[in-house]
Design a protein around this ligand. Structure first.
Ligand code: ADP
Length: 584
């Protein structure tokens, strides 16, 4: 045998199922969409970082090509290039490559040739630059110390804003010297780490130089290269210019750090690309919460590298998509919750409707059984009494005949009352019971109702009407139903000989009708239900009734816009108060 499942569990089961299924499906779909959205964003991010990296690498390659073409130019002219020719040759390149700060030629000047070189310098600059220069630690330009050889900047284009660099010995600075030597020894292009340009006024911009060595004859070995080195073609670049020029056509919302992987740790930072501003900003302007190592681990999709003159630059992209709101996921969650809630609301409404339908059908059933029972009893009384009158007419005394007629009248009256009550309720239910007030003369009206109340032997009705209330504006039919039912109940549930009072009083706002009896009273627990149709108290014993009277009273009082109050207890009598608003 299976254990019996309580009925309320059956009622709640569909709710539980919808809740579990709805939430389960919602969360699964949300997780699925969330994952899909993350993957899409990630692949989008990867695609975008690929584009940015490729574009930057392509720009740098173009610059390298330019340097190499300048180198070819030198080789082709057998090194016989003067300042004018150099300037002519690089003009077009400078016009089309906006990332280039300057293109320069820096020959190798051995110590012995320094005086002649400085003489040339004086002549060319009309005395404004008299010697090869170098920089102090503090950044001041001074005359270069005596060394074996020098690599002074000799031709430079554009001249404007770069003139300070003329005669500056590139080999005097450690960072530049390392790159110069690497270029010289490898015969390939070599870039410096980050530097501050001689001509740079702001210390917030990092630059780098790229050297292409020029030899006076083709050299394959390191020693041959050292021996035949003639000088260097060099490009001067500002990190910001190169990056901004290369990425100007992109408007991806991805910031990134540019780090020189080949440099010592404290000199690696080259710049931070602020995608929104499309600018490379200095370390001071990087948002404080961004920390490159924490942001992007080596080898992740956010870490890309580019090659530049025998150096490796790393681009550390900020995977901003990770913190961003996943709209699709949120929408899925909300839609899922909305559907689940709607289903729950629909189910609860459907259940309420079902309950109402069930209650109605119960009501109908109770109505039919009550009506058949309540009608059958008086009908059989009428039938039997009528039969005995018809058959035994001659044997019956006059008194017996009268009492048979009285029984028939009483039964007919009960049936009439029942039919009236049912009619009132069904008309009220259908909205057909109307409220139509008129002027009522209260005293004759009350006496007329008294006459219609069936009293037990020795019971008597007492009317206490306030003299000021001779007339009132009320609905006669509704008030008639209210008072007959209340007074009939008072008589029905009171013992023989007990007095019953109707007190009519009022003030400016309302008129009160109080029906007071000393009968069996209404148990406190039953007082909430007595106004429901067919409800009967459990203390009524054999007193006949349908349970419709007070339902009719309540319907009529409601229609009148009034209120009802019960004050009663078992065997303590009943005090019913009806208050109807005055409509004068
Ligand atoms: P009925 O009187 O036909 O049973 P009603 O709707 O008039 O139906 O009353 C509902 C119930 O309220 C009664 O069955 C009875 O228990 C209780 N009741 C109503 N009026 C009184 C009263 N004056 N004294 C005691 N009980 C009452």
């Amino acid at each position: 045998m299976f254990p019996k499942v309580p009925a309320h569990l059956y009622r709640h089961l569909p709710f539980g199922l919808i809740l579990v299924l709805g939430l389960g499906l919602t969360f699964t779909a949300t997780a699925w969409v969330g994952r899909w959205e993350q993957l899409t964003r990630r692949s989008e991010f990867q695609k975008q970082t690929d584009h940015l990296t490729t574009s930057l690498q392509r720009t740098i390659n173009r610059y390298n090509e330019l340097l190499l073409s300048l180198e070819d130019f030198y080789r082709a002219t057998d090194g016989q290039v003067n300042g004018w020719a150099f300037s002519q040759f690089v003009q077009r390149a400078l016009g089309s490559y906006s990332g280039i700060q300057a293109l320069e030629w820096a020959p190798k000047i051995p110590r012995a040739e320094r005086p002649a070189y400085e003489q040339w310098l004086r002549d060319t600059t009309r005395g404004s630059r008299t010697s090869i220069m170098e920089r102090t630690r503090a950044g001041q330009l001074i005359v270069a110390a005596v060394r074996d050889s020098y690599v002074p900047v000799t031709y430079l284009e554009p001249w404007r804003s770069n003139e300070l660099a003329l005669g500056y010995d590139l080999a005097s600075d450690e960072t530049r010297r390392i790159a110069l030597e690497r270029a010289r020894d490898t015969g390939a292009i070599a870039a410096t780490g980050r530097i501050q340009l001689v001509q740079e006024t702001s210390d917030k911009q990092y630059s780098f130089l790229v050297f292409a060595p020029v030899y006076d004859r083709p050299s394959q070995t390191q020693s041959a290269r050292r021996q035949h080195l003639k000088g260097y073609i060099l490009g001067v670049f500002r990190v910001a210019d190169v990056v901004e020029e290369s990425l100007q056509d992109f408007n991806y919302d991805i910031d990134f750090f540019i780090v020189d992987q080949t440099a010592p740790t404290d000199e690696q930072f080259l710049g931070f690309y602020d995608a929104q501003a499309q600018r490379v900003v200095h370390v001071d302007d990087v948002p404080v919460d961004l920390d490159p190592p924490a942001l992007c681990q080596p080898g992740q999709e956010c870490d890309r590298s580019i090659q530049l003159g025998q150096r490796e630059w790393r681009l550390l992209f900020t995977p901003a998509y990770k913190g961003k709101l996943l709209w699709g996921t949120l929408a899925t969650l909300l839609i899922g919750l909305l559907i689940t809630t709607s289903l729950l609301v629909f189910l609860s409404r459907w259940q309420a409707e079902l309950k109402r339908t069930r209650e109605l059908s119960d009501l109908k059933l109770r109505l039919f059984s009550m009506a058949s029972h309540e009608l059958r009893t008086p009908l059989s009384v009428i039938r039997i009494s009528a039969q005995s009158l018809a058959v035994n007419h001659h044997q019956l005394t006059h008194q017996q005949q009268n009492s048979a007629v009285e029984r028939i009248q009483l039964a007919a009256k009960r049936m009439g009352q029942l039919v009236n009550d049912m009619l009132t309720l069904s008309r009220a239910e259908a909205g057909k019971l109307e409220f139509s007030p008129e002027i009522v003369e209260l005293e004759p009206f009350c006496w007329q109702i008294f006459e219609q109340v069936d009293l037990k032997p020795e019971q008597h009705l007492k009317l206490d009407l306030a003299p000021a209330l001779a007339k009132a504006y009320l609905d006669k039919n509704l008030l008639h139903s209210v008072l007959t039912n209340l007074l009939s109940n008072a008589a029905k549930y009171s013992p023989e000989g007990a007095p019953i009072s109707l007190i009519v009083s009022g003030d400016a706002q309302s008129i009160r009708f109080q029906v007071i009896d000393n009968g069996i009273g209404i148990p406190t627990a039953a007082q909430d239900q007595i106004f429901e149709a067919f409800y009967r108290g459990n203390n009524v014993g054999t007193v006949p009734g349908t349970g419709l009277g007070l339902a009719v009273v309540k319907t009529c009082v409601d229609l009148h816009g009034g209120s009802l109050e019960v004050c009663s207890a078992s065997n303590q009598g009943t005090h019913m108060t009806v208050s109807l608003p005055r409509i004068d």
